[in-house]
Design a protein around this ligand. Structure first.
Ligand code: C2E
Ligand code: CA
Ligand code: CA
Length: 641
């Protein structure tokens, strides 16, 4: 009576492999080496498990297979027994490093030498019988070198796992866990089989290990955009990095759909997705599946450097001259495109993102093209840097409010101040508001910053009880973006209540562009606050349209003459004349006037003569931090204590 081999385990192993293969072939995958190796690994395990079945049956009943077939099966099995661990090691290395090319020479040696020896043993076995042989009566027995197969198999699993664990920089937690699980399960199964030969656990152990790796590492949502089912940005980054490491250049074609917001607002989000899917299919087709979707309607085609890209522009133009389908109806899409070469135009991924970020903000020429040469990479880089600094500053509260005193000519003392924001980054130092405010407006962070400014200023007003210092109100700058929020007036009134501040203590500054860009919402906000007692200044008068007749309908109290207007005074003869008549006209309409940026005494005198109400500028003081400002006001206004 022979051993009762548990053949059902091998059947299960083959079944698991088939399921993996089926899932694998029905999903879209990248053309990376590790994918090919993985597929080979699973096929190999499956064939080994299957081949092992007749081989085992033959050991029970030597008559089961004709002798020639039996020999063939035994050789195949001996070979397949060791291939999966080898393939596993190569898989582990390529999944981490992308390609064997990027691996250090000693790892290459460690990967190649032992299997070469096994291969030689295998090839010479008919002569030596070192691995296995047959008795004269034809029964199979193990040769003296047979345990080497186990040792080498174990060795390869260890090398694979070792590489993943040692190359920390390139691998991640998920890779580590998966390969360790593979090692644990396949080694345990092999050991069990070694001690209990009837339990044919080895193949099923490997198959389960492969299933774990598959589910963990070969997931389509890792590299496919979930909605569009084309490659995502992650794969793009990976391939660019690999190519750069290997010294290979690439050509890139970028396309951006520009009216997605319009589609969402007018036809709903589902139609946005619907349109994007159509574009994704089109792009993937013309690029032979080399399109990557970034986000916000940005599609990128990447090809090797020898591939001509010119045709894409023409094809895109032709297709975009036609309609795209919506749920009900058709639509034309606005778009722009750009082409560049890596590393000639764009050196690395970092520059690539600066470049894309600038591209999305640019307006294309009439041909829907943006010239890569028109992009100032340094400027784009700075923008991104500043965005990070702002984000940091919000989290760590690096913003401070400075106050610049405003002098009343009639009262001969300081009556108010303008609150001006300061951002001092611990590493980058002072970032001027002129630089970071427009960036914060563009990415919406201004809303958070805006309410933080209000809080800081309100707390300041309350804490120092500034009325006692002779200050009647504080001027606070509002951004266009803030004024376009429907809830703005409500929020400010709420905060005033919370800080228990009289509404007359606050004057809000707004520029003409805010009022022109979004008249209804802004007007509503202004009126709501004005009726509650909050006053308004028009900032930067003299730089924009300065449409005085239109101004009349806005609830303004103060007009702030911009520094450029004030500078005209010292510039030429006619300067004072212009100022005088401008002052006259504005005052006739019932507004008070602040002259901004007064630096010299002569300017001050002329402003006084022209009957400007208030003066602000370096002549009196630069914007000052809270305590210095309070000290300054106490001194100027003759307040004791
Ligand atoms: P702005 O509202 O026109 O502010 C006046 C600017 O002129 C301030 O620059 C101020 O420091 C500067 N200034 C005042 N007097 C003189 C002078 O005599 N000579 C010269 N050369 N400059 C003078 P700052 O603080 O750099 O602010 C620049 C701009 O950034 C502001 O222009 C405003 O548009 C924006 N900003 C500043 N703080 C805030 C804020 O808290 N919120 C918002 N939304 N914008 C702000
Ligand atoms: Ca201002
Ligand atoms: Ca101003």
């Amino acid at each position: 009576m022979g051993i009762e081999y548990q053949l059902q385990y091998n059947v299960c192993a083959a079944a698991i492999c088939m399921v993996i293969l089926w899932m694998y072939f029905t999903q879209k995958k990248t053309k990376e080496v590790h994918n090919v190796i993985f597929m080979a690994l699973v096929i190999c395990t499956m064939v080994a498990a299957l081949v092992n079945i007749p081989g085992t049956l033959d050991k029970l009943d030597p008559e089961f297979l004709p002798r020639a077939v039996q020999i063939l099966v035994d050789y195949l099995h001996a070979c397949l027994l060791n291939l999966p661990p080898v393939l596993f090691a190569f898989y582990a290395v390529t999944v981490v490093r992308g390609s064997i090319r990027n691996v250090k020479w000693y790892w290459k040696l460690m990967l190649l030498v032992p299997q070469t020896i096994v291969l030689l043993l295998w090839l010479t076995n008919p002569l030596t019988g070192w691995l296995f042989d047959y008795t004269e009566r034809g029964s199979f027995y193990h040769g003296p070198m047979q345990p080497i197969l186990y040792v080498v198999a174990f060795y390869y699993v260890v090398v694979g796992v070792g590489y993943v664990l040692l190359e920390k920089k390139h691998s991640n937690r998920r890779i580590k866990i998966s390969v360790c699980a593979y090692m644990g399960i396949s080694c345990l199964a092999t050991l069990l089989q070694y001690f209990f030969p009837a339990l044919l656990l080895r193949h099923i152990g490997m198959a389960i290990g492969e299933l774990i790796v598959f589910l963990n590492l070969q997931k389509p949502d890792e590299y496919l955009d979930s909605e569009l089912k084309i490659y995502n940005r992650k794969v793009f980054e990976k391939i660019v990095n690999l190519n750069l490491e290997a010294g290979k250049g690439m050509n890139v074609f970028v396309l951006q759909i520009e009216n997605l917001n319009f589609i969402v607002q007018n036809f709903g989000v589902e139609n946005r997705t619907k349109v994007l899917i159509q574009v994704a299919e089109f792009m993937d087709r013309i690029s032979q599946q080399n399109t990557y979707y970034f986000n916000d309607g940005l599609f990128v085609i990447m090809q090797p450097e020898n591939k001509k890209m010119g045709a894409y522009q023409a094809r895109v133009r032709a297709r975009f001259a036609q309609m795209w389908q919506l749920d009900d109806g058709d639509i034309l899409l606005n778009y722009k495109m750009m082409q560049y070469a890596i590393p000639q135009d764009v050196k690395n991924l970092k520059e690539l993102y600066f470049c894309h970020s600038a591209f999305t903000k640019l307006t294309a020429d009439g041909n829907h093209e943006v010239d890569i040469k028109s992009i100032d990479l340094q400027k784009a880089e700075r923008r991104i840097k500043v965005t990070q600094i702002i984000r940091h500053a919000i989290v760590n509260d690096y913003f401070q409010m400075y106050y610049q005193p405003i002098y009343s000519v009639a009262k001969g003392r300081m009556v108010s101040a303008e609150a001006l924001i300061r951002l001092i980054d611990p590493e980058e130092g002072f970032i001027p508001p002129d630089e970071f405010i427009p960036i914060a407006e563009e990415n919406g962070m201004i809303l958070q910053i805006g309410s933080m400014i209000l809080e800081k200023v309100f707390r300041f007003i309350k804490e120092w009880d500034i009325r006692k210092l002779g200050l009647e109100y504080i001027e606070i700058n509002l951004s266009v973006v803030q004024c376009m929020q429907k809830e703005m007036s409500e929020m400010i009134l709420q905060m005033l209540k919370q800080y228990n501040i009289e509404k007359e203590m606050v004057n809000l500054e707004i520029t003409e562009t805010a009022m022109v860009d979004s008249p209804t919402v802004v007007m509503q906000n202004m009126q709501d606050l004005y009726q509650e007692g909050v006053s308004w200044s028009l900032d930067d008068f003299g730089t924009g349209y300065s449409n005085i007749s239109a101004m009349a309908s806005w609830p303004l109290t103060i007009i702030k003459f911009d520094k450029t207007l004030v500078d005209m005074v010292s510039g030429h003869e006619k300067g004072s004349e212009i100022i005088r008549s401008a002052v006259n006209m504005v005052k006739k309409m019932g507004y008070k006037i602040v002259a901004e940026g007064v630096e010299q005494e002569s300017q001050l005198e002329i402003m006084k003569q022209a009957e400007v109400d208030y003066i602000q500028g370096y002549y009196f003081s630069k914007p000052l931090p809270e305590e210095q400002f309070i000290a300054y006001i106490k001194e100027k206004n003759g307040i004791e204590g």
